[in-house]
Design a protein around this ligand. Structure first.
Ligand code: UD1
Length: 337
């Protein structure tokens, strides 16, 4: 049974390919390397001892996609490929709408042509917007505050409308909380282009000496220590969530929505302290203004995935801190030599 992973060389796609392979699925990867590196493929081969079929190209290119579907008997797609930087989406909205929305439509059109009607989609807790109160449940109304977030809300809507038009489709929307950590080998991990936007890669780049200090965005939130609280989840747990969600998707029709989070919230300073204690490395920080668009607290109600998929996060904050550091310290420049 072959599963196509769009964005298969990315942070979450690469970790998911390993877990799917372990679970017995044949994986086929597609990526345009817009935010990933060909070196990922060598690392995946070192970890699994296998060379996964890989095709370089964009999901915007329907002929390219058709070629992939013609070479392999694809049973389902896990769709990771998308741009994801909030700030950049504000300055370049058309780039985001085109790549994320048009890319998804292009993929769905080719899937429809080829009669493949099973898709698991990389959504985000960003769709819960600013106004819902944690713990967040899947039935809450969705909204967004920036173009990146709107693309996730719209892609969810497009997928649900496809199901409404043809009940043979099976769509699974996975709403990720804050994925961090890395594969235990330290061979693959998160390698953002340029200065990281997200907290964990920023912390590891300060620790490795690439950046001078962490800016903590606000210490006056209504949280125990005043800094923002998030639901950090180990990327290998997240990858396992995809494997179980895929199994369920293949047995179902209709739309299913699952949060993938731990259900626990940790603050920015909790993370800094946990990282320092786990790895015995200093992370100097300064308190700065709040970042526009941030909320105080965001964590999952993770009970639906547990009940229906039998999935819960297995790894704790220690594992996340250790594995993030193992990856960064072994690869100070990410995948660049
Ligand atoms: C961000 C995005 C979200 C996206 C998710 C996945 C924003 C507003 N939200 O989530 O839409 O789905 O990434 O990539 O960008 N922080 C610092 N200093 C830093 C970086 C972050 O203090 O240098 C704080 C933030 O204020 C927040 C927490 O760390 O309280 C987590 O931030 P981040 O890692 O960027 O994730 P989110 O904002 O939760």
């Amino acid at each position: 049974m072959a599963i196509l992973l769009t964005g298969g060389a990315g942070f979450i796609g690469s970790h998911t390919s390993i877990e799917l392979n372990k679970a017995g699925y044949e994986v086929v990867l597609v990526d345009d390397f817009s935010n990933s590196s060909p070196e990922v493929l060598n690392r995946l081969e070192s970890i699994t001892g296998q060379k996964f079929p890989f095709y370089e190209g964009s999901i915007l290119d329907k002929d390219f996609l058709r070629g992939v579907f013609e070479k392999h008997q694809i049973d389902a797609v896990i769709h990771f490929a998308a741009f994801k930087a909030v700030g950049e989406s504000v300055s370049e909205p058309l780039k985001y709408y085109h790549n994320n929305i048009t890319g998804t439509i292009s993929l769905l059109e080719v899937m429809k042509e080829k009669g493949v009607k099973n898709i698991v989609f990389s959504s985000s807790a960003t769709v819960y917007g600013m106004n819902n109160v944690s713990p967040l449940t899947e039935d809450l109304p969705t909204s967004a505050t920036n173009p990146y977030g709107y693309t996730k809300v719209m892609m969810e809507q497009i997928l649900m409308d496809v199901v409404a038009s043809d009940p043979e489709w099976s769509v699974t929307l996975l709403r990720y909380f804050n994925p961090i950590g890395a594969h235990e080998s330290g061979l693959i991990g998160e390698a953002p282009n340029g200065i990281p936007n997200n907290l964990m890669p920023y912390i590891t780049q300060v620790a490795v000496g690439k950046l001078a200090e962490l800016s903590v965005f606000g210490d006056d939130y209504d949280t125990p220590d005043g800094t923002g609280v998030r639901d950090y989840i180990h990327v290998v747990d997240l990858a396992n969530g995809h494997s179980l969600a895929l199994k369920h998707n293949l047995e179902q029709v209709g739309t299913q929505i699952f949060n993938l989070g731990t259900g626990n919230g940790y603050s920015v300073l909790d993370l800094v302290k946990a990282f320092e204690a786990e790895n015995q490395v200093a992370v100097p920080y300064v308190i700065k203004e709040r970042r526009p668009g941030d909320i105080a607290t965001c964590y999952a109600d993770a009970s639906k995935a547990k009940e229906i998929l039998g999935w819960t996060a297995q790894k704790d904050l220690h594992d996340m801190m250790r594995d993030s550091w193992k990856w960064q310290s072994q690869n100070p420049n990410g995948y660049d030599a």
